[in-house]
Design a protein around this ligand. Structure first.
Ligand code: 26M
Length: 822
């Protein structure tokens, strides 16, 4: 006898097989004989989704209770990666589903590979948000992720003739089984227009914002299940739609095409993710995106709050709202507007609530990445918010004047408005003033924030500042992407490490054990074999899986210095050309990463890498001892094959430029050794794994500063270093570009005449350090020991640890376990 629910919740193999067949028939409308791999994937995804739903609804219901504090993580990006494998692991049914699928005559890996990953982010910041919502759910913390449902996520990358080509990411093409639209709780967002001030009948000052556009925000919800718990939190992403009534009746009478134009322009707001990171452009549509999702989210929180409360007086006791960088910092004036204009609260009380609601995470020290909006543009899009910002600023500067009497320079440097050059709103200042907590993402980064970028705010409010070193989720970045390693670890120390990553320390005792070392090497070798196959399929390049896999995967940026890595390759190549019988450790150099489409220098760096690869890979003198691979379309899915296969992790940014890095953590957890500068979280990785298990090179942050102050001149370094000179001259004379001497000129000129990121200053130390790496790799057992110790000592870099710190030190939230009712 079968109950309806059994088919949707049951976890035994027979039920899973039946549910899978049912979904194929009733949802995809296919019989086995006509089903495509995508049909099978969809049927399986719905089978899994059914099993999330009771947990999800129970969680949502529990959070509506008045006494629960909820974290709201506001982020313009969530770089989730595929859901299916992750949900199978967190539900604890991976093995059973594998059996059910196999017994249905199919291959689970093939179905998992069908999923189009939601690439709703650029890189580190977006991926961090995804790791954090996994940890929040796994720690049973009530949380909502709020963001944007971009119709087109980060572009797909193809490499043509060695250049990056961007392809539209149509991730919703075949439907998205993981989301549920909730049109019944859509909200309205106003844009543009002007503001009326008046006195109402009772004599109160009131404000009326008359917009020239209104947009519907429709939430699309995705369940985020924790690992082996009943907590399933919500990721609520907003889609912009045109309100029919607005376009077709009130404002566009008789103007059909005008009405359709207005509709298109509204729906444009959530069309596409801006593919830049670390260089902002000040585009109007981007400001509209930010305001749109933040307004939708705050209105949603207020709606939820008023379900249980008579007024908004204690709003901040129910919601802790984290700002993932300044992208959602428009939330500060928006909450003020909602409280004061719409809910008629007094300014002082509204300000109390606002400044006890928001906390701000800074992710960058690069000046070009600090968001600024021209006052003119801002006023056109958000006239009321500009007024509110001026009022916040007036009151703030009054306070500053008391603290620093007769100090106009202080006022100018702290002001929310930059009055030099084009008048603009400084979003980081707005976030600092409107938040009760401000944090950096690694120890060094936080220290530099306090010392440089936000120094004046630190002097004002030292108690607001703290460090929260980033972390990554061990569920995706070890269990899922490295099942071989996970099984080996669990056989030795049990499986508690998956939720208590510090327990990896228990592996230390086996670091010298020859048998364990052999098993460890075997796992790494298998991963390298798999990546080797993948490289062959995707690039045609044949690489040697016994060579050292030396990997740099991350967004392409001058400050990340992929071109320094390229200079090392050229240097090794020249040694082989001079001495073909040189006893050189064979290496495979693997690069992956996207360049912002408008960042010419980054695109040229890709072309340099592929051009060097073309020469090196095809030179018979090299005898396959060096191979250079550029893996196209680096994304979450592809990265999951990369980290497990790495021997060496390249973390070579100029000291003081990389806020934290998170790829560095994924590599180390998967047993790669790092060659790196004292930058971002590298500092802490080295502290944890031990200096003897880390390859350090390069200037420190103060040394960089000092050299620049003392008139650092890269031209002199170039002339004084024959190895460097030779490498640069080869690029310059067209050796890697079929004689074209112009191709790489912009890149070379920037190095020879400016070298903002100190490549030449670090070149020799990097080469020397790489030589030590090459020697070390020849001693297999010693290397393996270092590899084991890297994994064993990387427990700190779990996002569970990071989220626990946020919970205790910023959000003041506690776990709320979820009971499963019928
Ligand atoms: C801003 C305005 C307009 C368009 C795009 C942006 C923008 C988008 C993403 C700016 C920056 C963006 O991301 C920055 C980022 O990913 N920063 C990285 O954050 C990681 C997580 O904290 C750190 O580990 C990295 O060091 C840091 O570079």
């Amino acid at each position: 006898e079968i109950r309806v629910e059994d088919d949707r919740t049951g976890l035994d193999i027979e039920t899973l097989k039946r549910a899978f067949a049912d979904n194929l028939f009733y949802i995809q409308g296919k019989l086995g004989s006509m089903a495509t791999p995508n049909d099978y994937y969809m049927a399986l995804a719905y089978t899994v989704r059914d099993r999330l739903l009771q947990r999800w609804l129970n969680s949502a219901q529990t959070y509506l209770r008045g006494d629960v504090k909820v974290v709201c993580y506001l982020s313009a990006e969530f770089l989730l990666g595929p859901h299916l494998g992750n949900n199978l692991i967190n539900l604890g049914i991976y093995d059973r589903i594998e059996q059910a699928i196999t017994e249905s005559g199919l291959d689970l890996q093939e179905l998992i590979a069908q999923e189009e990953e939601p690439g709703l982010g650029n890189g580190g910041l977006g991926r961090l948000a995804a790791c954090y919502i996994d940890s929040l759910a796994s720690l049973e913390i009530p949380a909502i992720g709020y963001g944007i449902r971009y119709e087109f996520g980060i572009f797909d990358q193809e490499i043509q003739d060695g250049w990056q080509v961007e392809i539209t990411d149509k991730w919703l093409r075949y439907g998205n089984p993981w989301e549920i639209a909730r049109p019944e709780i859509a909200v309205e967002v106003k844009l543009g227009g002007y503001v009326d001030h008046y006195v109402d009948d009772a004599g109160n000052y009131r404000t009326h914002w008359i917009p020239d556009r209104e947009v519907h925000g429709v939430p699309y919800d995705t369940p985020i299940l924790g690992y082996r718990v009943n907590t399933a939190n919500t990721l609520r992403l907003w889609k912009a739609e045109a309100p029919e009534s607005f376009d077709f009746q009130a404002f566009n009478v008789g103007d059909y095409y005008g009405a359709v134009d207005a509709k298109i322009s509204s729906e444009n707001i959530t069309k596409v993710l801006y593919p830049n990171d670390e260089q902002v452009q000040g585009k109007r549509l981007r400001l509209e995106q930010q305001y749109f999702f933040v307004s939708c989210s705050l209105q949603d929180m207020i709606r939820l709050y008023l379900l249980e409360n008579p007024n908004l007086d204690n709003f901040h006791e129910t919601f802790a709202v984290q700002l993932n960088d300044t992208h959602p910092s428009i939330g500060v004036p928006e909450l003020m507007r909602l409280l004061v204009d719409e809910h008629h609260m007094a300014w002082e009380q509204a300000w109390q609530i606002t400044t006890h609601t928001f906390a701000y995470t800074n992710h960058t020290l690069l000046p070009e990445a600090l968001e600024k909006w021209s006052v003119q543009l801002f006023g056109r899009v958000l006239p009321r918010h500009l007024e509110i910002i001026y009022e916040i600023n007036r009151r703030f500067l009054d306070m500053v004047r008391i603290r620093y009497p007769d100090n106009d320079a202080k006022l100018a440097s702290l002001s929310l408005i930059d009055e030099l050059g084009k008048k603009s709103v400084r979003m980081a200042h707005l976030a600092c003033v409107g938040s009760y907590a401000i944090n950096g993402v690694a120890q060094l980064h936080t220290e530099l924030l306090k010392k440089d970028v936000l120094h004046d705010f630190y002097a004002l409010w030292p108690e607001k500042f703290s460090n929260k070193t980033n972390g990554v989720t061990p569920r995706r970045w070890v269990v899922q992407n490295n099942p071989g390693l996970s099984k080996l670890i669990s056989r030795k120390i049990g499986d508690r490490w998956i939720t208590h990553l510090d327990e990896l320390r228990k592996l230390e005792q086996f670091a010298d054990d020859p048998q364990f070392q052999a098993q460890w090497q075997q796992v790494k070798q298998n991963c390298k074999h798999q990546l080797t196959k993948q490289i062959k399929e995707r690039t045609g390049v044949v690489v040697d899986p016994t060579s050292m896999f030396d990997i740099q995967v991350k967004r392409i940026h001058e400050y990340k210095r992929q071109h320094l890595n390229a200079l090392h390759i050229i240097t090794l190549y020249n040694r082989l050309k001079e001495n073909p019988d040189l006893d050189l450790q064979p290496r495979t150099f693997i690069f992956g990463g996207k360049a912002a489409p408008g960042y010419f220098m980054a695109k040229l760096m890709i072309k340099l890498i592929t051009s060097v690869g073309e020469v090196v890979n095809n030179d018979p003198d090299v005898r396959d001892r060096l191979k250079v691979v550029f893996l196209p379309d680096y994304n979450v899915t592809n990265s999951q094959r990369v980290y497990p296969a790495a021997d060496l992790s390249e973390q070579i940014s100029t000291a003081g430029k990389e806020a934290s890095g998170t790829g560095n953590m994924k590599f180390s957890l998967n047993g790669a050794l790092t060659i790196g500068t004292l930058d971002g979280a590298n500092v802490e990785i080295r502290e944890e794994v031990g200096a003897e298990n880390f390859f350090l090179f390069g200037l420190t942050t103060p040394e960089v500063k000092e050299q620049k102050a003392n008139g650092y001149n890269s031209w002199d370094v170039y002339n004084a270093n024959p190895g460097l000179k030779k490498a640069i001259d080869m690029i310059s004379c067209g050796f890697f570009s079929h004689g074209d001497q112009q191709l790489f000129k912009p890149l070379l000129d920037s190095l020879l005449y400016d070298d903002k990121y100190m490549l030449f200053a670090d070149y020799q130390d990097y080469i020397d350090c790489q030589d030590r790496v090459g020697d070390a790799f020849k001693h297999k057992d010693a290397w393996t020991k270092m590899s084991i110790l890297n994994t064993a000592r990387s427990g700190k870099f779990s996002s569970d640890r990071a989220i626990r710190e946020y919970c205790q030190e910023i959000w003041q939230v506690e776990p709320v376990p979820i009971e499963l009712q019928e």
